[in-house]
Design a protein around this ligand. Sequence first.
Ligand code: ATP
Ligand code: MG
Length: 437
Amino acid sequence: MYISQLFIPITKNLPSEAKIKSHQLMLRAGMIKQSAAGIYSWLPLGFKVMKKIEQIVREEQNNIGAQEMLMPTIQSADIWKESGRYEDYGQEMLRIKDRQGREMLYGPTNEELITEIFRSSVKSYKSLPQLLYHIQWKFRDEIRPRFGVMRCREFFMKDAYSFDQDEQSAKKSYNKMFFSYLKTFKRMGLNAIPMAADTGPIGGDLSHEFIIIAETGESKIFLDKRIFEINLEKYNFSEESLERMRNEFSSYYAVTDEKFNQKEFNQKVEKKNQFTTNGIEVGHIFYFGDKYSKPLNCSFDNQDGKKSTVKMGSYGIGVSRLVGALIEAFYIDGRMKWPRSVSPFDVVIIPSINKNNKENLEKSKRIYDELKKQNIDVLLDDTDENLSSKFMKHDLIGIPFQIIVGSKSAEEKFEFKEVNMKSEIIDLKRIKQKLQK
Ligand code: ATP
Ligand code: MG
């Protein structure tokens, strides 16, 4: 793509409510545009990053045998009345009436709808377990939408649901998802820490929030910092390995403020290992047994020929929130550097161009064509802005690799730079190798 053809409305003017780095950068780099409080349009650059995140999430869900489907955004109020949540959900739920006067709503989550789908089709233990997910827009009328895409009203979420015949089997599904989440976030360069969360009336230790460290995060977190040293490489998806992995994580104290207890913290964690900071919740997994399957009457015939209620869990990842969370994690000193796996482009070519000298632009176009042939997603900054304003712009866009075609480039060698690293003068063959990695 040539940047002159790309719709990236870079702007200098920021609204006063844009208080955190990610919100500011996303507006300045033209990634999003607000349409109403907590509701955004995703412009090409932001959309591209979100799609890459979505794809990683999808691949990792598929890897554990979860099946993708798609449920609608608009739901009937009836199933929510059956589960008892229609009243409980309160004002966060956007309620709508259709032209027949039927009560509808814009889904804030999908436990009811998926349970309703399941109960009408699954009759026997032979069809269990099942793991289903979708990636869809949600609406929650948050009381205070803020921080751009971090807490908005309309947001993009992956939500998965597990169906098992008993608690033991449900725990396997939970552990599988737990490990899969760690791998998913790792692929985006994020070290997400699973933290024990409240399970409500169900009890047990089967709810975790996945949190990444960030000063601007809304969650206060308390942990034993040795949890950072856990090596995921030594684990795999076998039942026994998953159990050991969960035990290792559970052996370290790691909770958010809702579960925090100072006395317990001091008892369980030596002073030198205590770590208190802020974090962003990027995922949440939950085992809730028959909380929804019971009121919604979702049962199956078990091995003894008796009726049994299906045991369920739900597993969310904030796909759109992750775009902001990644910026909070990787935007340092006014400069963004996307992890390669989610970067909007693999590399940007930045030629030094002036009115009398179009040679660098011609050279850049040749490099562009060469890289394109190798399926490298390349952006060419073909504008005639001076180099320093180009660099400022690319500090916002955050592509991790730059090829600078200017005074330092010789005949067939070019200045190649990984953002925040020293540049080197190398030929195209070497550049291709570096980008292929
Ligand atoms: P929070 O405590 O941040 O409100 P939640 O417990 O309500 O989150 P879940 O219902 O578990 O969140 O949703 C799953 C994921 O969706 C969260 O981990 C988060 O990443 C994301 N998410 C939740 N609410 C929002 C929102 N208002 N805007 C953007 N993403 C959100
Ligand atoms: Mg919430």
